[in-house]
Design a protein around this ligand. Structure first.
Ligand SMILES: Cc1cn([C@H]2C[C@H](O)[C@@H](COP(=O)(O)OP(=O)(O)O[C@H]3O[C@H](CO)[C@@H](O)[C@H](O)[C@H]3O)O2)c(=O)[nH]c1=O
Length: 316
């Protein structure tokens, strides 16, 4: 492999993946990102060697010929609308980017402009675990419960269908909740850190008992790289953090770390259709590719909080 096209590379996970590729491999990276509210070139604040990195501010629906002046060994698709609450407010951008955008990328593989596509997906496509169910395996039915996850599930099915129909080399990874430096403050962890630092009320939906499986973003990037290198076309690989925690536990840990009062916690009406419990069974990627998460939650959350404190100090 030589050339990788990363879509959505100015976003949270995409920018970490580019950093991982540039620092640990010799691959050349082309980054296509339209720079919506969630994409920010400041996320790429590390060394970007000219001969191995280039950026196009373009929409994945209308990529220019310049982007395709070479054949890519792989497209890794991070370009997505990702926030559940926003999808409940207005679903259309989610359908446009997440479904039709993915379709455009599949077309690039059909046209021979890329040798394969890795679709970065999510545990949300499985819906919520039922009582007594321990974790999602890759064969769990797709039971998306909100417009965001329905759009990601639709994209996964498109990818699957093009593998089944045309035997195109397409792969899917499905991750649990990521966290780490540079995440957009609309998400639970960065939002809690930033609000706590400012002594502002921290909104907890419902009773705060919903459970997520937290994965440090660098562990996720390592997993995606392994799947890109050695995953089997047509296969789905779950990636999880082996770290189930309720939202209240998360918020309490952050408040404790920052030495802030628990009175900042404010219970607010629940998210509509709020999935109760996600957890990933990632035995398959472990057995097939030897991947496992390395960063403990204690270590990961400390790095994330310290990064946020430093960012805020530099801003002031
Ligand atoms: C923003 C916010 C969230 N929450 C709750 C809702 C969820 O149970 C939990 C995490 O919420 P979020 O940070 O929005 O993440 P969640 O809805 O789980 O979805 C994330 O994780 C998914 C993977 O599971 C990704 O596919 C999504 O793109 C990503 O947004 O915290 C609150 O209680 N208060 C809040 O203000």
């Amino acid at each position: 492999m030589k050339d990788i096209l990363v879509t959505g590379g100015a976003g949270f996970i995409g920018s970490h993946f580019i950093e991982y590729l540039l620092q640990t491999t010799e691959l050349r990276v082309t980054n296509v990102d339209v720079l919506t509210y969630a994409g920010n070139l400041r996320n790429l604040d590390f060394e970007l060697p000219d001969h191995r990195y280039r950026f196009f501010q373009e929409d994945i629906h209308q990529m220019s010929e310049e982007v395709f002046d070479r054949t890519y060994d792989c497209i890794v698709n991070f370009a997505a609308e990702t926030h559940v609450d926003r999808s409940i407010e207005e679903a259309e951008p989610f359908l446009h980017t997440n479904i039709l955008g993915t379709f455009q990328l599949i077309q690039k593989v059909m046209e021979g402009k890329a040798r394969k596509l890795l679709q970065v997906s999510t545990d949300e496509v499985y819906g919520s675990l039922d009582e007594g169910e321990a974790a999602f395996t890759e064969s769990h039915p797709l039971m998306a419960n909100n417009p965001y996850s329905a759009s990601k599930a639709s994209a996964d099915l498109l990818v699957r269908s093009y593998f089944q129909t045309y035997k195109l080399p397409l792969l899917i990874t499905r991750c649990s909740n990521n966290y780490g430096p540079k995440q957009h403050p609309e998400k639970l962890i960065p939002k809690t850190i930033e609000k706590a630092m400012r002594n502002e009320a921290i909104p907890i939906y419902g009773e705060g008992k919903n459970i997520r499986d937290w994965l440090y973003v660098e562990d996720h990037c390592r997993a995606i790289y392994s799947v890109m290198q050695a995953g089997q076309p047509g296969e789905v690989y779950n990636i999880g953090g082996h770290c189930e925690k309720s939202n209240l536990e998360i918020v309490n840990m952050i408040l404790e770390y920052l030495g802030k009062s628990k009175t900042l916690i404010t219970f607010v009406p629940d998210r509509l259709g709020h999935d109760f419990h996600y957890a990933m069974n990632w035995t398959k990627v472990h057995e097939a590719l030897g991947w496992e998460p390395r960063v403990s939650f204690e270590e990961g959350i400390a790095k994330t909080i310290e990064w946020t404190l430093e960012k805020t100090m530099n801003r002031n």
